[in-house]
Design a binder for this molecule. Structure first.
Ligand code: MG
Length: 159
C-alpha cells in the first residue's frame, strides 16, 4: 500500500460586508473573507494538504489568483478538481483532519454540515473527514477578528 501524508495551511483577512464561506458552508456573519475566489479558507488549506501529499505543488500553482477564470469561484469546484488529480493517479483519500482558528463566529453549529459537504465531494464516508474549531483566546490577528486561519492534514492512499 502506498500511503502519503500532506499538510496545508491558509489564512484569509476578514472584512465587513463580505460573504463568509468556510468548509463549503455559507455562514451568517457581519464579516467575510477577502479573496480572489469565494475565500473558503478551509477548503484552500485542505486542497494544499491533498496536493502536498502527492507533491503536486500548491493551490496557487493550479488556480492562480491572477486568472479571471477563478474570480469569485466556488472553492468546492477547486476541491473537486484537486480530487480528480488524486483519482487520476489511482489514489483515494484516507482521511482529512481540519482545524479552524476563528474568534467569531462560532463554528460549532456548522461543523456537521461542513463534514457532509466535504466528504461528499471527496467521495468518502463522513467519519473520514474531521473538522475542528478553536478561538485563539482573543490573541493575535485571529483574536482581533482580523482573519481566520486553517490547518489541514490528510492521508492519501493507493491500495
Ligand atoms: Mg486561500
Amino acid at each position: 500500500m502506498d500511503i502519503r501524508v500532506g499538510n496545508g495551511y491558509d489564512v484569509h483577512q476578514l472584512a465587513d460586508g463580505l460573504r463568509l464561506v468556510i468548509g463549503g458552508v455559507e455562514i451568517e456573519h457581519s464579516k467575510g473573507c477577502v479573496a480572489h475566489s469565494d475565500g473558503d479558507v478551509a477548503i484552500h488549506a485542505l486542497c494544499d494538504a491533498i496536493l502536498g501529499a502527492l507533491a503536486l505543488g500548491d493551490i496557487g500553482k493550479h488556480f492562480p489568483d491572477t486568472s479571471s477564470e477563478f474570480k469569485g469561484i466556488d472553492s468546492k469546484l477547486l476541491l473537486k478538481r484537486v480530487m480528480e488529480l488524486v483519482w487520476e493517479r489511482g489514489y483515494t483519500l484516507g482521511n482529512a483532519d481540519i482545524t479552524i482558528a476563528a474568534q467569531k463566529p462560532k463554528m460549532a453549529p456548522h461543523i456537521i454540515k461542513m463534514r457532509e459537504v466535504l466528504s461528499d465531494i471527496m467521495k468518502v464516508d463522513l467519519d473520514r473527514v474531521s473538522v475542528k474549531a478553536t478561538t485563539t483566546e482573543k490573541l493575535g490577528f485571529v483574536g482581533r477578528e482580523e482573519g481566520i486561519e486553517v490547518w489541514a492534514s490528510v492521508i492519501v492512499l493507493k491500495k
